[in-house]
Design a protein around this ligand. Structure first.
Ligand code: NCD
Length: 306
């Protein structure tokens, strides 16, 4: 049985197959409308979510399956002190596959070790968010036509932003990838990513503080929200929260074919006047999230559609 804890759980070939399946689902949704009839997805969310949980649920419903679950720790037996290991053993009796989000790094991994059904990490603390990465890769491949030969600017909260951590892990496997890491000093990528992932694999990267200094070089600008819930004190968050605001003026510095991505939710880091720019890809990205999660559910449940 296969689980998904990190984007690296899939080889480049498996990933390629999954993205191709997602593109086929986008083109021929009817073909897949009954593929998971009689199957159930459990969404176990111990942390808030809009897109990830609802796109998982939409994905299963689009496949003809059913969904059950909870959307906060308060509404589950976690509030009574139940461990994730016990919860997943029970959920394994009720559902065929589970998507789990948890504020503690590693909690979905612990669950997967006790689970009788495939477990998907839907975000664990400030660690990883592999299905957002699948969404991001599908968006990049669909809109740019490739996953190699790209200069990617990652901007904002690179310290706590799990989407950034997972995306870096996934993209370094493709040739000629270069990162420009745009963050204030306090929100730089964790040193384990800088040293053990980027430097160790000889991936070129630059760290800059000003967005304006990077704009002209980018194929992709990946904006992120300052992760308020991971700060130890509110004053630090308030000082950091509006550090970057992408607006029309800054967009004028970028290439015509650059795309702007954001895992969403956005707070202030992209001004709404950028939404109508043809290079703004973040709402399309949310749509790709449904196709790729459909492809992932089919893959983990080993359902094939001819
Ligand atoms: C992201 C997350 O939960 O890490 N959201 C999402 O899943 N689309 C990004 C964020 O919350 O900032």
């Amino acid at each position: 049985m296969q689980h998904l804890m990190s984007p690296l759980d899939l080889s480049v070939e498996e990933l390629d197959k999954l993205l191709t399946l997602a593109n086929d689902i986008e083109k021929h949704p009817q073909k897949y409308a009954h593929a998971c009839e009689g199957k159930k997805l459990a969404t176990c969310f111990y942390e808030p979510s809009t897109r990830t949980r609802l796109s998982f649920e939409a994905a299963m419903l689009n496949l003809g399956g059913n969904v059950l679950g909870f959307s906060s720790a308060d509404s589950s037996s976690a509030s009574k002190g139940e461990s994730v290991s016990d919860t997943i053993r029970v959920i394994s009796c009720y559902a065929d596959i589970c998507a789990m989000r948890h504020p503690k790094e590693g909690a979905p991994l612990v669950a997967s070790q006790r689970s009788g059904i495939p477990v998907i990490n839907a975000g664990d603390g400030g660690h990883q968010h592999p299905t957002q990465t699948l969404t991001d890769l599908l968006t990049i491949r669909s809109l740019k036509g490739r996953l190699d030969h790209l200069t990617i600017g990652l901007c904002g909260d690179l310290k706590f932003g799990r989407t950034v951590h997972s995306l870096i892990h996934a993209l370094i496997r493709y040739p000629h990838i270069k990162f420009i890491l745009i963050s204030p000093e306090e929100l730089r990528v964790p040193s384990y990513i800088r040293e053990d992932v980027l430097e160790k694999n000889h991936v070129p990267f630059q760290e800059v503080e000003r967005l304006e200094d990077a704009m002209a070089d980018l194929d992709i600008l990946y904006m992120t929200r300052v992760q308020r819930e991971r700060f130890f004190n509110e004053d630090d968050y308030v000082r950091m929260k509006d550090f970057y605001i992408l607006n029309k003026k800054k967009m004028a510095l970028a290439r015509e074919d650059m795309i702007v991505m954001h895992p969403l939710p956005r707070v202030n880091e992209i001004s709404v006047d950028v939404d109508d720019d043809p290079r703004a890809a973040y709402f399309k990205q949310a749509q790709y999230g449904v196709y790729v999660r459909m492809a992932l559910i089919l893959t983990l449940l080993e359902v094939t559609v001819c």
